[in-house]
Design a protein around this ligand. Structure first.
Ligand code: G
Ligand code: G
Ligand code: MN
Ligand code: NA
Length: 254
């Protein structure tokens, strides 16, 4: 397969779509946000998951046009939900390091928000520790520009990379998402319970809202609530869903 050409053609033919997974407040079970996750609806091969094409899109540089499509589609959908009177909290979009390093992300985003009419406070950007640590100085300036526009910033997959707390403290993040590898074996694995508990305490001390990813069981939910975690995301609640299914299952009229 000529994947780069395939991806390019898929963009032209509009074969990508976004699915949305709910994030719930642990205290009261209300919807805090939805995470947009891209899928490729291939005419012959069916639904292709991002793990099979995001790395290739990153290597080839196509992640920039694809990432821009994702941002625009998420903003369009958010605006449509607002117009329909539906409360979705905010839409979180994953941003790869190739998008951040370009330097025009703020301008692109600002254009997309004005085109679609989505107020910036309804958008969150998820960046991994690795993305941020790649070029720490540059990342800091760009993150401040983005935050100044009014979008929320989240640290994604926290705990899998290496980043110093002293450095993270200087960055304008509002949320920290604990990687699901730490959540998977709680409450049975006491090491993971200790790690999760420490990340929650540390994140709170930096003023961050804490999200647990990959919550699959009622026992995990109960322990996370007890540990003071703010928000949970995972199959216990729902999988990423097409927009229409998310609307029916999770969105309420204001
Ligand atoms: O559900 P899931 O298989 O959707 O996602 C797998 C991985 O692909 C996750 O690590 C997720 O962050 C990444 N991913 C999903 N959608 C996007 C996207 O729009 N942009 C980027 N850069 N990564 C994405
Ligand atoms: O951006 P990030 O790497 O966090 O992407 C989220 C990924 O996690 C997506 O692939 C999504 O489908 C997946 N995911 C979300 N909830 C669960 C869960 O409860 N269990 C597992 N195994 N994966 C999940
Ligand atoms: Mn994410
Ligand atoms: Na993650």
């Amino acid at each position: 397969i000529r994947l780069e050409a395939d991806l390019r053609r898929a963009l032209e033919r509009n074969e990508f779509e976004l699915h949305y997974q709910p994030l719930l407040r642990l205290q009261d079970g209300t919807l805090a946000a939805v995470e947009a996750l891209v899928r490729w609806q291939h005419p012959d091969r069916g639904l292709i998951m991002p793990d099979s094409f995001i790395p290739l899109a990153e290597e080839s540089g196509l992640i920039r046009p694809l990432g821009e499509w994702v941002l625009r589609e998420a903003a369009r959908q958010g605006r449509a939900w607002l117009d329909g009177g539906f409360d979705f909290g905010a839409i979180a979009v994953n941003v790869s390091s190739r998008q951040l390093e370009r330097g025009d992300l703020t301008a692109t985003l600002s254009m997309i928000l004005s085109e679609t009419g989505l107020p910036a406070q309804y958008l969150e950007l998820e960046l991994t520790e690795t993305t941020v640590m790649d070029q720490p100085e540059q990342a800091r300036d760009r993150l401040y520009e983005l935050r100044a526009m009014g979008v929320e910033l989240s640290i994604d997959d926290f705990g899998t990379g290496y980043s110093s707390m002293a450095y993270l403290k200087q960055l304008p993040f509002g949320k920290l998402k604990i990687d699901r590898s730490f959540i998977r074996d709680i409450p049975d694995d006491s090491n993971d319970v200790q790690i999760t508990s420490a990340i929650i305490a540390l994140g709170h001390s930096l003023g961050l809202n804490i999200v647990a990813e990959g919550v699959e069981t009622e026992q995990q939910r109960a322990l996370l609530l007890e540990l003071g975690c703010d928000i949970a995301q995972g199959y216990l609640y729902d999988r990423p869903l097409p927009a229409q299914a998310l609307l029916q299952r999770w969105l309420k009229a204001r």
